[in-house]
Structure formats: C-alpha cells, structure tokens
Write a new protein. Structure first.
Length: 329
C-alpha cells in the first residue's frame, strides 16, 4: 500500500520534556523556503507525497473566489478556517449560506459540537444538538456551495471529485504547487484531499501568501485578498486560544494547521515552511514552524519565546508545570 514517508526517512522535530527527562519524541519532515522560493532547509523526506488535510483550505478558498464568488474580510477568512465553533464563527457561516438562501442542511460536512469549550458548554446548557454549522470546516463548505450556486453547478454531489467545483479546486492546487497529486482520498469533512509533497505544499502556500493585489492575474489577486483577510481576521481562522490565531495575532504570520500533524506558515517577509509530524500529532506543529522561521531569520527568536508561553505546551504534574513540549532539530 502506498503512503507517506517512513520513520527511517524522518527526523526528530520536537520533544516532550517532563522534569528534565525527555518522555516522548515527535519525528517528521519539514521544508523552509526563502522569500524567493529557494529551499534553504530540508529536514527529513520532503519529496514524498503527504495529505495536506486542512492546509489545502487556502487553495480551496481561492478556487471558490475565482469561480464568481466575492469573498472579502471575515467572509474570506472563514472560508479558509478550521474554526472552533464560537457564536461569531457560526454567524459568519450562516451569513454565507444566507447569501444564496441555503439551509444548514445543504452543508456536506458532518454534524459536530463546537471545539471551543465555552461555546460547547453553552450548547449543552441550552439543550442544543450537534450541527453541521459547528463543524470546523463549515466555512469552507458554505463557500463551496456559493460557488455552485454562482455557476449553476449542482449542489448534489458537490464533494465528489468529478464535480465541476472539485475539478476547479484541483486545477488551482496544480497551478500553485506545480505538482500533480499522487493520490486522492476523502478528507475528514467529506471533501477530496490530494496528496502532494511538502516541497509542493510550501511552494503553493508561498505563492498564495505572497501574491500581489495588483497582479494582472485574477488567480493571484484573489490569493492576495484571501491572505489579507486571514491576517486581518485571525480570530476567524481559528478561534480563542487556537494556535493559528495566536501565531497570526502575535507575529503577523499566515498560519494554517492541518490534521495529522500538518502545518504551513509564511512570515511577513515571505519565508515559508511546511511540515508533517509523522505520528499525526499536531500539538507541536505550531512551535516547530515558528522555530523554523526564527532559525531562518524571518521572525525573532525572542518573539517566538513569548508566543510559546501562550500555546499551552506545558507538561503538567498535578497542578504544577513540570516540563514543556518544545521544538528540537
């Protein structure tokens, strides 16, 4: 069976330290691109295909935005989000659906409860049930439905890989990454997910996050609008206490986490990293990306130190902090 790179092709990226003893180690692979797109650091295997999971959302959002759907500001940010289901997130998703008079039931993502603790507690207290609109990918799905309405594509089957919308998404991925996917499967939210290398993922994300608003090409103008929207509305991309939101608010980076240990991040100067933690854990992915950017001189190490304290990377012994999850490469 085909799959991602093996443990022998990975390197140590992070450790879990408890009382001065390394309790666990996270191995994986990572690549760093300079502002001009050159590979300046490669750790482990960055050529083998991986499923980018939610790190494909920027490509999916651009595909929607270049298919006749005007998304700007918070609407654009929620379309690329892995949101935590707060009332503000849900309002944005419902607002997108209302633009085409679509019911929540049109969403193809599975029902879920908010991942935000306060929002989930409120749902329980009110006697509410899990709904599709709370699922962290619901903004992406709402945006995809708007593209279908705008182009008179069928809403039925909009997540099938042969649907015109998904063909458009695939075309955008290939244009930005310069790579044809090695495999296609179904993501956790029901949408197609395409396997590409970390090199290609970093290259594609860098092109999106460094695109110019004055570009003569609509593809890049929309990419620039998406990036601007995400950086201006980091709360919509993640949520209170979420790593993407913290990194974007504190350091001005573009950050997007994906399931199974995937992370992409672009510094304000264009330096970009993409990584996969091989065991699928995402708990260290943000600090790994930030340290890689700091090592490349794209963000300040002191600033990353300050952000690390907000990322809930402490190892607890009872009610005391006795260690920390930290990048190690």
């Amino acid at each position: 069976m085909t799959g991602t790179f093996s443990i022998t092709d990975a390197v140590e990226l992070a450790v879990v330290e408890r009382g001065g003893f390394i309790e666990s180690r996270h191995a994986g692979s990572a690549v760093v691109l300079s502002p001009d797109g050159e590979v300046v650091r490669a750790l482990g295997d960055v050529q083998s295909p991986i499923f980018p999971r939610s790190c494909l959302k920027p490509f999916q959002a651009v595909a929607v935005m270049t298919s006749g759907v005007n998304l700007r500001g918070e609407d654009a940010a929620i379309s690329t989000a892995s949101h935590s289901g707060t009332a503000a997130h849900v309002a944005l998703v419902r607002g997108l659906l209302d633009r085409a008079s679509l019911p929540v039931s049109a969403l193809g993502c599975p029902p879920a409860a908010p991942s935000d603790q306060a929002a989930r507690d409120q749902l329980v207290r009110s006697g509410g049930a899990r709904e599709r609109v709370y699922m962290n990918c619901s903004g992406k799905h709402a945006a995809m439905l708007l593209a279908c309405v705008a182009n008179e594509w069928p809403l039925e089957g909009y997540l099938d890989s042969g649907h015109p919308l998904q063909k458009r998404v695939l075309d955008v991925i290939e244009r930005f990454t310069g790579e044809r996917p090695a495999a296609t499967a179904v993501d956790g939210c029901g949408a197609p997910v395409h396997a590409i290398s970390l090199n290609a993922l970093a290259r594609g994300i860098q092109k999106i996050t460094t695109a110019a608003t004055a570009s003569p090409f609509a593809l890049y103008r929309e990419a620039a609008a998406l990036t601007e929207a995400a950086r201006a509305n980091p709360w919509a991309v993640g949520g209170p206490g979420q790593p993407d939101t913290i990194a974007m608010e504190r350091l001005g980076v573009f950050a997007k986490v994906g399931a199974e240990g995937i992370m992409v991040m672009t510094a304000p100067n264009g330096t970009t990293t993409a990584l996969k933690v091989l065991d699928g854990s995402s708990r260290a992915s943000t600090i790994i990306a930030l340290r890689l950017l700091a090592d490349a001189g794209a963000v300040e190490h002191d600033a990353v130190d300050a952000v690390q304290t907000e990322l809930d990377l402490w190892v607890m012994g009872g009610e005391r902090r006795v260690g920390q999850i930290r990048a190690n490469f």
